[in-house]
Ligand binder design. Structure first.
Ligand code: CMP
Length: 142
């Protein structure tokens, strides 16, 4: 199974992308596709469309377009649920010890990493960043 992670602009800017990737690999995820992206406003708006009505939507779009981010297609058994466990709660103050967000996130908004919240989201989000040709032959990909 595949899921999508994004190492967000705060973590890339703070030089934490390598540490976070090592953390994910140590948790059993294999990197099946990776891309350093600088999202446009339109792309960030589309990616977070589900949050369009939320008060944090505009600041979230501004943050996600503020610098490069690292999009990753990750493979592991039970990938979606496991990655969400490994990254911890949205707010690092509430994240369990040893989770990526507890270790590396600055705040609820600048929270170092995104992970898909369901298999359906994972399919949509992986397709958002990676053309089918880059994913050919991967289990769980379209
Ligand atoms: P992410 O997993 O990328 O999904 C939506 C993002 O919105 C979330 O991580 C946070 O970065 C941000 N977010 C969610 N809730 C809040 C909130 N209450 N205040 C600010 N940002 C939020």
């Amino acid at each position: 199974m595949l899921t999508l992670a994004i190492i967000k602009p705060d973590a890339v800017h703070n030089g934490l992308a390598g540490k976070i990737l090592a953390h994910l690999e140590a948790a059993g995820f294999r990197v099946r596709a990776a891309r350093l992206v600088r999202l446009t406003t339109a792309q960030a708006e589309a990616f977070y469309d589900v949050h369009r009505e939320r008060p944090f939507y505009r600041p979230l779009v501004t943050f996600m377009t503020s610098g490069p981010a690292l999009a990753l297609a990750l493979e592991r058994a039970d990938a979606v649920a496991h990655l969400r466990q490994v990254i911890g709660a949205t707010d690092p103050a509430e994240a369990k010890p040893g989770t990526v967000r507890k270790l590396y996130a600055e705040s609820k908004e600048r929270n170092a990493i995104h992970a898909s919240d369901s298999d359906e989201s994972a399919r949509r989000e992986i397709a958002f960043f990676f053309p089918e040709s880059e994913l050919r032959g991967l289990s769980g990909a379209q």
